[in-house]
Design a protein around this ligand. Structure first.
Ligand SMILES: [Zn+2]
Length: 165
């Protein structure tokens, strides 16, 4: 898998704790949620850009489904409500779709399908959706709480840098 060092998601330790609690509460099912924040683009050298996804808050989504991440694609109403409620308070946007795996923190085949589908959806219906294209997919291992980040770029999954402060 490719690694893109110029795309980083930056999370505070307290927010990572919230992710862990969300994962613990959902166990043995997968946890799922949305990370809100801002995206900053810095030019670190001429024509060399760095995209920083700065996490500000997290919304853990309760679900009794085994793979709740499917709601992001299938349950547009729930998605719309969760995003509306969270973004009303400030100007933050959804920057990352979070979920957990029973073990391991790399995308599954289903994740690949969801990432691809969301990529197409957000680019095709940009004016109708509250989700921006180029979401980071954060995946946490429910055993070790290891957190990885991924983005769907040019038809493939690319791993990105997760920075915990
Ligand atoms: Zn997954």
């Amino acid at each position: 898998m490719k690694f893109e060092k110029d795309i980083k998601i930056i999370l505070k330790q307290e927010l990572v704790k919230e992710l862990e609690i969300c994962v613990k509460n959902a166990s043995p099912n997968e946890a799922c949620g949305l990370i809100f924040g801002k995206i900053k683009t810095n030019e670190i050298a001429p024509d060399d850009f760095q995209n920083l996804y700065e996490a500000q808050k997290f919304n853990c989504i309760k679900s009794n489904k085994k793979s709740p991440v499917a709601f992001i694609i299938n349950d547009v109403e729930t998605l719309y409500r969760v995003i509306k409620e969270s973004t009303q308070e400030d100007n933050s946007r959804v920057i990352s779709i979070f979920h957990s795996h029973p073990s391991g923190s790399y995308p599954s085949g289903i994740d690949y399908d969801n990432m691809k589908q969301l990529d197409t959806f957000t680019k095709t219906f940009q004016q109708f959706t509250l989700l921006d294209p180029y979401q980071i997919w954060t995946i946490m291992d429910a055993k070790t709480f290891k957190l990885n980040g991924f983005i769907f770029l040019d038809g493939e999954i690319v791993q990105i840098d997760v920075v915990i402060k």
